[in-house]
Write a new protein. Structure first.
Length: 460
């Protein structure tokens, strides 16, 4: 079967949907087709909640109406080859699709290290964005009590937190000294670890897994390099994701040193009619400019929107400037969020930084029901006063406050601009105007920058 479209998008998850629907909004007269492997795509960020908070995988799917309702055609099939010269792609179902522009949004898949002996034993699971596989994992975990999670990044931590809600015995193994250490400095990682431990999660940080051992073909133990072993009815590998680029590579599209599709700031590959967005595309840091492997849906969608807007004409005003790495999660009901660089990374890359934090409240007065502590930390370049990073912990509103901080970083605002900014407040919704934690944290940084002693009741 032959098909002809103006824009073909391969992949229909976060990035593919955003590229197609944004493109359609900007170029309403063009035809858009999304080809996606699975009939139902899961909400990727909602996956951990399928194992605790939600009733099942059915509560965590992206409605196809998001695509079709925007005037974009959806074809459930798998693209198996791309012919760049002929500007066509072929699917497993035998459809040959000619296109004017192509957007590759093929995403990522879990990394399973080749060195990990025992990785093929029964009850060793990964967390792919695959509805049927995840439904199977959920069912099999019902009869497992002792679960070992390998990897203390946000997916490992979220899985631990959710499975605790089901009364499982959870051990989390992380090779680095702390969990979540790519997002947070050790002060906040320690805070997160404290909450996990309070909830009963056994943390084995700074420990490397050597192999998985089994009995009758099923995993029974995780062996650590230290010589210790942990009993396991099931093991979840949360060891990162690899860009899904086999299709692009086969078509001769250039990859970078981390195996992601190389793109420019318009999200174009070296072929000017082929774009790549989301987890399969190259990432670099907004602050350090270093190429990195960080994969976030928020970054994927931002890239996809930029590709969608630039499909039929480039705009110098609509470019991707690098990932701000805005990250948020909830551990034991407490929000942990970060944006930009950590203090440790900033120093490692050569920035002279000053950091300070302030703990206030997220409603006011503090007697207001549901008031939570809200802590804001800012990381500021001493020489320029530019805000390079920060973190927020607290109640639900911390998840939006980190987006404010993201805007501050992306807009290249200095500490002085932040100090004079106006923020709306309300007793039921925000911290107090007199003690708005973001502004008080900025004040704390300024005091340090000026080498001033903080005001106390005694001296102030
Ligand atoms: C458990 C988990 C929790 C997460 N939580 C968060 C979070 O809280 N916040 C956040 O920002 N990010 C989170 N992420 C990361 C986020 O999910 C990814 O960054 C996001 O899914 C990337 O979207 P994507 O569209 O690029 O790729 P993917 O979601 O990987 O989708 C790729 C799509 O392409 C399809 N595809 C691939 N090859 C073909 C082909 N040849 N033909 C047709 N279709 C094809 C796939 O089937 C899939 O539908 C989480 C990830 C996981 C796994």
């Amino acid at each position: 079967m032959q098909k002809q479209v103006d824009v073909l998008v391969i992949g229909g998850s976060a990035a593919g949907i955003a590229a197609a629907t944004t493109g359609k909004a900007f170029y309403a007269g063009k035809s858009f087709l999304v080809v996606r492997r699975e009939p139902q795509a899961v909400v990727p960020c909602g996956i951990p909640y399928v194992f605790g908070t939600l009733q099942g995988i059915e509560q965590n799917v992206i409605p196809n109406a998001h695509i079709e309702g925007a005037g974009v055609e959806l074809l459930i099939d798998e693209v198996v080859s791309i012919d760049r010269q002929a500007k066509s792609a072929t699917t497993a179902g035998g459809v040959e699709i000619s296109f004017d522009k192509l957007v590759i949004a093929t995403g990522s898949q879990p990394r399973v290290p080749g060195w990990l002996k025992g990785r093929d034993l029964q009850n060793v699971f990964t967390i792919p964005k695959d509805r049927d596989y995840l439904a199977g994992v959920r069912e099999k975990l019902e009869s497992c009590h002792k679960v070992v999670i390998i990897g203390g990044g946000f997916i490992g931590v979220e899985m631990a937190d959710e499975l605790m809600k089901k009364g499982k015995e959870i051990t989390l193994v992380e090779v680095l000294p702390h969990v979540l250490s790519l997002a947070f400095d050790s002060d906040l990682s320690l805070k997160a670890e404290g909450i996990l431990k309070e909830r009963g999660v056994v943390l084995r940080t700074g420990e490397k897994v050597q192999e998985l051992a089994g009995r009758d073909g099923r995993v029974s133990k995780v062996l650590l390099e230290s010589g210790d072993s942990i009993e396991a009815d099931a093991v979840i590998l949360a060891m990162g994701y690899a860009p899904n680029v086999a299709l692009a590579e086969k078509a001769g599209i250039k990859l970078n040193e981390l195996g992601a599709i190389r793109v420019d700031e318009y999200m174009r590959t070296e072929d000017k009619d082929i774009f790549a967005v989301g987890d399969c595309a190259e990432k670099f840091s907004f602050i350090t400019r270093i190429v990195k492997g960080l994969m976030l849906a928020s970054t994927a969608v931002s890239e996809a929107r930029i590709a969608g807007m630039n499909l039929f004409g480039l705009s110098r005003l609509r470019t991707f400037g690098g990932t701000i790495a805005i990250f948020s999660t909830s551990i034991g009901g407490i929000t942990f969020a970060a944006a930009g660089v950590t203090e440790a990374l900033a120093r490692e890359r050569g920035f002279d930084v000053v950091s300070a934090g302030f703990e206030g409240i997220d409603k006011h007065p503090k007697t207001m029901p549901g008031t939570a502590a809200q802590f804001v930390k800012l990381i500021v370049n001493r020489e320029s006063g530019l805000v390079l990073g920060g973190a927020v912990t607290g109640g639900v509103s911390a998840g939006e406050l980190i987006n404010v901080l993201g805007v501050v970083i992306e807009s290249k605002l200095t500490i002085n601009e932040l100090l004079t900014m106006q923020f709306g407040t309300h007793p039921l919704l925000t911290g107090p105007p007199t003690g708005y934690p973001l502004l008080k944290a900025a004040e704390a940084v300024e005091i340090k920058l000026r080498h001033l002693a903080p005001c106390t009741e005694k001296n102030g």
